[in-house]
Design a binder for this molecule. Structure first.
Ligand code: NAD
Length: 278
């Protein structure tokens, strides 16, 4: 048995994805959602040991809070200070973060390697942090982070410090208000990734880049939003003739596939299954 501990969580596609993968691979497994907030988290994590569960996914508001109840952390989890997957090895609980793996793998699925590439990344929150960390760990040459001066600015500074201390990746942080720097960074990049959520409700008709001339045809434009399937940013990139324009579905699928592999050691069929659903 594996779980998903978050609040609220009734909307989640994860049980459908994982239970179908168990069935398809002939594994005797079950994936269940538990509506758990910070208040019940300690008991819920202890139950993983008590019930001898294989592990659990963890989502908001528990991704940081859960760390204090675990025995070990993966290097990426340590750097992100967040966990979305717990693996139980005979009572020892290890925390992992698979969102960044999902980003890197979803590009690999499209035949794109991030190695030695230059990336401009908008955002420093729950999605952007693992994307930056995993990309740096997996060989991106440079990350130019842009963020607004809101409550996530400190996290953006922390991300820069952590990446500098733990990887060879060159990394910088610039205020998104500096639009000349933002435009220049995108022009110099192989990958532009927007991990801000601008483009989904309530900002569905908004984009951080509205001028197609900022993009060049050979680059990758990636929006972590997956509803709507085609965001305003993606439309601008398509108008610019950008060859590789992606939404966030690939991350959603591949972060799940990475968790599934951590629990079972097996590659599952989530990709085919989820692509059929959307
Ligand atoms: P978050 O609140 O943790 O971070 C949001 C980031 O965007 C912050 O850096 C914030 O400073 C910045 N931001 C907020 N409003 C902005 C604005 N108006 N202009 C510019 N920057 C702004 O959110 P999150 O959890 O990181 O989610 C971000 C997006 O990523 C959402 O669309 C979410 O659905 C998506 N996401 C996708 C996946 C996936 O599997 N595809 C996984 C996680 C998150």
């Amino acid at each position: 048995m594996v779980g998903l501990m978050a609040y609220p969580i009734r909307h989640s596609m994860s049980p459908t994805m994982h239970n179908n993968s168990f069935a398809k691979l002939g594994l005797n497994g079950a994936y269940l959602c538990f509506e758990i907030g910070n208040d019940k988290l300690e008991g819920a994590v202890n139950a993983i040991r008590t019930l001898d569960m294989r592990g659990s996914n963890v989502s908001m508001p528990n991704k940081k809070e859960v760390i204090k109840y675990l025995d070990k952390l993966s290097p990426a989890s340590k750097m992100c200070d967040a966990v979305n997957t717990i693996v139980n090895d005979h009572g020892t609980l290890t925390g992992y973060t698979t969102d960044g793996i999902g980003f890197v793998q979803s590009l690999k699925d499209e035949g794109i390697s991030i190695k030695n590439k230059v990336m401009t990344l908008a955002g420093a929150g729950g999605a952007a942090t693992p994307i930056a960390v995993q990309s740096a760990l997996d060989g991106v040459k440079e990350i130019k982070i842009f963020n607004i001066k809101d409550d996530k600015w400190a996290q953006a500074e922390k991300n820069v410090k952590t990446i500098k201390e733990n990887t060879d990746c060159k990394v910088s942080l610039t205020d998104l208000a500096d639009q000349d720097a933002f435009k220049k960074a995108i022009a110099e990049s192989d990958i532009y990734c927007d991990a801000t959520g601008v483009g989904m409700k309530p900002l569905e008709d908004k984009t951080l880049v509205s001028d197609p001339s900022w993009f060049h045809k050979d680059m990758v434009v990636f929006d972590t939003v997956y509803a709507p399937r085609t965001t305003k940013l993606m439309k601008v990139a398509q108008k610019a003739g950008v060859k590789h324009v992606f939404d966030g579905i690939g991350i959603m699928i591949e972060q799940g596939a990475a968790s599934f592999k951590l629990w079972t050691g097996k590659i599952c069929q989530l990709i085919t299954f989820v692509r059929l659903c959307f």
